[in-house]
Design a binder for this molecule. Structure first.
Ligand code: IMP
Length: 177
């Protein structure tokens, strides 16, 4: 078991590269079967999902579009507090088979706030593909169509996921010791 240091914290190998690659391929094959004859429109959420989205996309055999968006929260002037804005989502999703691509669903808060925005555009269907899911951390339940791995409620880095900006380049996923 390899130990690595990211900033001040120590992480150990949790999901090796081969296992991640195999599972991503399986998810893509399931999507290929489920969307046969259709043209899914992938909406990948930056930054964390860039590696997963890229590997998943390589294994698709159905025609598919992809766009990358960023969700940013800013303090509104009203007392409502944090408001979520989307950057890069300028495509009209009306009538499309949309698949959101996430790195990890933790509390579910991010997607819980984002989904109504997408639904507003009246896509034909909407599914979520997430590489990781922490079921124990869920505060906002979501229906996850495609989940790579269910993991314990421990902080992870690697394969796109960061700890304070670092660790995204790692090919494996590491768990906080
Ligand atoms: P949620 O809104 O609580 O579901 O959190 C989703 C976002 O939090 C993810 O897209 C990640 O950017 C970040 N996140 C949650 N858990 C982790 C983790 O263990 N490692 C790195 N980022 C995480």
């Amino acid at each position: 078991m390899a130990l690595i240091k990211v900033h001040d914290k120590t992480f150990e190998t949790y999901l090796p590269e081969e296992l991640i690659q195999q599972r991503v391929k399986e998810l893509a094959e399931k999507i290929n079967a489920d969307y046969k004859g259709r043209r899914p429109y992938f909406v990948a959420i930056l930054n964390g999902s860039f590696m997963f989205a890229s590997d998943l996309f390589k294994h698709l055999t159905v025609d598919a579009d992809i766009c990358f968006i960023k969700l940013a929260s800013y303090k509104g002037t009203q007392s409502t507090g944090n408001v979520l804005t989307t950057i890069g989502l300028d495509e009209d999703l009306f009538g499309k088979d949309v698949i959101i691509v996430e790195d990890i669903v933790d509390t579910g808060k991010t997607l819980h706030h984002f989904l109504p925005r997408l639904m507003h555009q009246q896509p034909k269907s909407l599914q979520i593909a997430t590489l990781l899911h922490k079921p124990e951390a869920t505060e906002y339940p979501l229906t996850l169509g495609y989940t790579g791995f269910e993991i314990p409620n421990k902080f992870v880095v690697g394969y796109g996921l960061d700890y304070d900006g670092l660790g995204r380049n790692l090919k494996e996923i590491y768990q906080l010791v």
